[in-house]
Design a protein around this ligand. Structure first.
Ligand SMILES: Nc1ncnc2c1ncn2[C@@H]1O[C@H](COP(=O)(O)OP(=O)(O)OP(=O)(O)O)[C@@H](O)[C@H]1O
Ligand SMILES: [Mg+2]
Length: 225
């Protein structure tokens, strides 16, 4: 079996304010390339906390995380930012689009930062992704002129532009109506099957979770399955 793309050993996470609180307890898990995984569990069980730590954005934890065999603890903040931009796509509850930039510019930005392709190629790819998400019609609108659901789909497009190895989502369809939620899940599955991208998605949608290859269930900061 190939190396897991993500692996944790005895991960613990404490929040210190307002009181000491352990949000993740002894999490040991393995995620392999090409897996499509749902993270479920009651509100407050630690799903977002786990995703934040796995995404390398939260480095305040104990235990070990390996990304493609490399221990993250050894990496500088700059190395982690580079790793995220290149290999991890995020869709979080708050999408942080740049309000004064167009949809197209927002989607192109991570690829411009990565600087692996020419601007024209990046633009073409961004337009393809927007079309796939039924967003071609708003490519030249500014992000602050969009509905919440449109913003969320633009954030999804932005997460896909660098063809990341792993895509993480925290309720990525939370603001969408059922038609658009289904579209997004279909696109995720298709990318997973055609390009072998790995998906790690927090969801309250049982129908979606039931279609995942694997379900990670959290309760009180522990994995219970
Ligand atoms: N910044 C923080 N400071 C202190 N406690 C926090 C912080 N963020 C989360 N917590 C606590 O950690 C626990 C896990 O929170 P988390 O946001 O990971 O839950 P969740 O499973 O994502 O819930 P939900 O389904 O409601 O989004 C909760 O008890 C929460 O109150
Ligand atoms: Mg959450």
């Amino acid at each position: 079996m190939p190396l897991p793309i993500l692996q944790t050993f005895h991960l613990n996470k404490f929040y210190h304010k307002p009181v000491e609180f352990q949000a993740l307890k002894d999490i040991t898990l393995e995620i392999h390339e090409g897996e499509f995984i749902a993270i479920v569990g009651p509100s407050g069980s630690g799903k977002s906390t786990l995703l934040y730590v796995l995404s390398t954005m939260d480095t305040d934890y104990t235990g070990e995380i390996y990304f493609a065999g490399e221990l993250l603890k050894n990496k500088s903040a700059r190395d982690l930012a580079q790793l995220r931009n290149e290999h991890i796509g995020f869709v979080f509850q708050f999408h942080y689009l740049l309000p004064e930039f167009t949809v197209l510019e927002n989607v192109m930005l991570p690829a411009l930062k990565l600087n692996h392709s020419l601007k024209q190629e990046i633009e073409k790819e961004a337009l393809n992704i927007l079309e796939m998400l039924n967003l071609s019609g708003i490519a030249y609108k500014k992000a602050n002129q969009l509905s919440g659901g449109q913003q969320q789909r633009v954030a999804i497009a932005r997460a896909l532009i660098n063809k990341p190895k792993i895509i993480m989502g925290d309720e990525p369809t939370g603001n969408l109506d059922s038609k658009n939620a289904t579209l997004v899940y279909q696109i995720f599955r298709e990318l997973n099957q055609k390009q072998g991208q790995t998906f790690l998605i927090v969801t309250h949608d049982n129908h979606f979770a039931a279609q995942a290859d694997k379900i990670i269930t959290l309760k009180d900061g522990c994995i219970i399955n």
